[in-house]
Write a protein that binds this ligand. Structure first.
Ligand SMILES: [Cu+2]
Length: 97
């Protein structure tokens, strides 16, 4: 298990050139997530204002799928962040703090 972790860290470090790709992916994820939050917010506000149980139930049901997608995005963002943290030592302070 420890060996696997070390191997994963090493492959992460040698994959230095993919860091830009990872950051772009993260940016896309975060933009998508922001868009779905805005959309969900609007749907929920409308449902709340309608005071209609059917519409409110529908809004809740509709939130399930984007929430699941957000959770996935966050998981990949977090794993990328920890990979970047591990890389920082090898980057020689190229990254601005
Ligand atoms: Cu992100």
């Amino acid at each position: 298990m420890l060996t696997a972790l070390v191997a994963a860290q090493q492959s992460g470090m040698s994959g230095h050139m993919s860091m830009e790709t990872m950051m772009k992916e993260c940016q896309t994820h975060c933009q998508e997530t922001t868009a779905s939050i805005d959309q969900m917010k609007t749907t929920m506000e409308k449902a709340q204002q309608s005071n209609d149980p059917v519409q409110m139930r529908e809004a809740l049901a509709q939130a399930q799928q984007p929430l699941a997608a957000m959770k996935d995005h966050m998981a990949s963002c977090m794993s990328m962040m920890s990979m970047m943290q591990q890389m920082q030592g090898g980057m020689g302070g190229q990254m601005k703090k």
